[in-house]
Every structure is written in C-alpha cells, then in structure tokens.
Design a protein around this ligand. Structure first.
Ligand code: COA
Length: 332
C-alpha cells in the first residue's frame, strides 16, 4: 500500500493587517518590511475565531475535494504551536467534533513551521503500514495570539490561517509519495521560543509583566541557519531520488521571508515560475504556510493532477523537513 497526496484546502481570515497599519503601531516602515522580508500584508483572525475554526473550514474543503465524507477520515493530525488550549484538549479533538467525526484517533503535533511536513511523514507511515486509509492532516495557526504587537522585530512577520490535506491509501505507485524527510536539532531551541506558558514558566504575574507568553526570535541567526538548512535538505532529497531541480514544476518552500526563499531558489537554479510565493500576502503562518501555498496554486489552476511538488520547511525546535510527491487530486 502507498500513500498519495489526495486533496488540499485552506482558510484565510478576512481581516488584513497591512504594513501601513503596522507603521501606526511600531517604529517601522512599509519600505523596510518589504525590502527585508517581501511581506506587504498578513491576515489576522477575529478575537473569537480560533485555530480549530480555521482548521475546520480548511478541512471541509479538503475532504470535499477528495470526494469523501467526513466519516471516511480515520485519523486527524493537527500541526500547530498556537492550539486552542495549550495543554488539553488537543486542537485535533476539537476539530473532529466540529467536523462531526466520531471515534477516530486525533492528536496534535508541535514542530512549529515544519509541522505540516512532519504531519505528512506521520500520515504516510500510518497509511503504508496499512493502519489507516484516509488521514486528515492540518497546519493551522492563530499566530497573532502569541505575537507582541509592540515588538517590531517579530510583529511584522507573522499571520494567521489554516491549510488541510487528505492523504489517502493507493495501490498505484505512480501517484504515491516519492520521499519525505524530517529532522531536528534541539541545540538551537533558543532561536525561536515562547517562554510561557509551560512547566518552565507556569502562568504568573511575572510572566504577564515580562511578556514571556510572546514569541521571541533570534532573527539574524535564524535567517542564516534557515538558508543553509533549507538548501542542504532540498538538495539531499533531490539527489537521493535522482530528480533534477529543473524537473520540479512546483517548489513550495516555507513562506517565512522572500530573501530566504530567493536564496534557496537561486542556489538550486530554479526559475521564478517554479517557486511558489505567498509570503507577500500572508506573511509567515508557521505550520499553515505550506498547505496555504499549495492551496493557492491549486485554486488558481496552476497545480495539475500528477505534477510534482517539492516541499521544504524550517522552523522552531529547530526542525526542518522536505517532501517530494505528485499532486494526486483532480485538477481544478
Ligand atoms: N522596522 C525597522 N527596523 C527594524 C525592524 C522593523 N520592523 N526590525 C528590526 N529593525 C532594525 C534593527 O533594530 C536593526 O537596527 P540597528 O542596525 O540600528 O541595530 C536593523 O533593523 C537590522 O536588524 P536585523 O535583525 O539584523 O535585520 P535583518 O536584516 O536580519 O532582518 C528579520 C530582520 C527578522 C526580517 C530577519 O532576520 C529574518 O527574516 N529572520 C528570519 C525570520 C524567520 O524566518 N523566522 C521564522 C523561521 S520559521
């Protein structure tokens, strides 16, 4: 039994936070943000719009586009670092309830921006072992809930959103995953961190006063390591599978910063039209970034059945992951 990338869906909140809006909030400028990151705007969920809500909307689309019913799903994996509740219940359980799916295994994983590709690797293993047939994987984030909107070094980068995919069993090797690779190096765990809440810093007055519940990032160090790791990982997966970069119609890197994407694309000698870019309009949506980008090319009619996708991601942990597979859903 093989696993195939069966369908994609996404949800984008309606509220836009533009660079001009940020100019009124912190000491920054549209010009600086555009030049250093390529980001013009990002989407922000409403106060009462949660990670599980965005994930549910994205999942409804993915299930419908796979030609399935909710009851066909036999495993739900939600990748997020901004869950509805930090300890329990898992956001995947809340999503299962909102989708009306009963009695299936449902759990969250935490791999920051690499979460969706980590989830792919888990879904593939469950399917290839014969344990599951249709796995719903989700990358969803309400990142605005952990961003300090007085910190100009982080608040310009992140946005909210969700993307979902159905990974299904198939006997046809032609439509199967080619490879997935996921890895981590915890010695860089202080590069991207939300210090609280957790057992290191349980909620306290001090946590609130020092803003330890907000994301902290060593931006420059992260940037350099991101370029190096993303490039190495994607070159390895191509080499291992005997595929040339020029034969990839859709290179879908994590959407963190245009300059990172450009540096990786250039080192692979990718043409502009091969590289999927959504960071300008959505910012960095962490685990949601790759499925939102896949959905973008699907909805615009650029992603056709059978075309190869190369995913490449990097995030807090530090974690990184890449994946190579054809799109096995119907073209739009
Ligand atoms: N507006 C204006 N100036 C800003 C600013 C902002 N929003 N943020 C930082 N600056 C200033 C700094 O204070 C610094 O000023 P100084 O030279 O007077 O000290 C200067 O700009 C350069 O700061 P630096 O942090 O070195 O900038 P940079 O070129 O590294 O760009 C990031 C900053 C955050 C855009 C960049 O480091 C980055 O994208 N890092 C990776 C982030 C990432 O991908 N994270 C997620 C991984 S999944």
């Amino acid at each position: 039994m093989y696993a195939k990338f069966h369908s994609i869906g996404a949800y984008v909140p309606s509220k836009v936070l533009s660079n001009a809006d940020l100019e009124k909030m912190v000491d920054t400028s549209d010009e600086w943000i555009l030049k250093r990151t390529g980001i013009s705007q990002r989407r922000i969920a409403k106060r009462d719009e949660y990670t599980s809500d965005m994930a549910t909307e994205a999942s409804k689309l993915a299930i419908e586009r796979a030609g399935l019913e909710s009851s066909d799903i036999d495993l739900i994996i939600c990748a997020t670092v901004t869950p509805d509740y930090f300890n329990m219940p898992a956001t995947a359980c809340i999503i299962s309830d909102k989708l009306g799916i009963k009695n299936v295994q449902a759990f969250d994983i935490s791999a920051a921006c690499s979460g969706f590709v980590y989830a792919l690797s888990i879904a593939r293993a469950f399917i290839e072992s014969g344990m599951k047939k249709h796995v719903l994987i989700i990358g969803a984030e309400k990142f605005s809930s952990i961003v300090d909107y007085t910190d100009r070094s982080t608040c310009i980068l992140f946005g909210d959103g969700a993307g979902s995919a159905v990974i299904s069993a198939t006997e046809d090797k032609e439509e199967a995953f080619i490879d997935v690779h996921a890895s981590a190096d915890g010695s860089y765990s202080d590069f991207l961190v939300t210090p609280a809440p957790g057992c290191v810093n349980p909620v306290s007055q001090q946590v609130i006063e020092e803003g330890l519940n907000f994301v902290q990032m060593k931006g420059n160090e992260t940037f350099k390591l991101a370029v190096k790791t993303l490039t190495k990982d994607v070159k390895n997966i191509l080499l291992k599978n005997g595929i040339k970069a020029e034969d990839i119609p859709h290179f879908i890197p994590h959407q963190a910063n245009y300059r990172i994407i450009k540096a990786v694309g250039d080192s692979l000698k990718m043409k502009e039209e091969q590289v999927v870019l959504t960071v300008g309009k959505y910012g960095n949506t962490s685990a949601a970034s790759i499925p939102m980008a896949i959905n973008d090319i699907y909805e615009s009619g650029r992603l056709k059945k059978g075309e190869l996708m190369l995913l490449d991601t990097f995030g807090g942990g530090l974690t990184w992951a890449s994946a190579l597979m054809p799109f096995a859903g119907e073209s739009r």
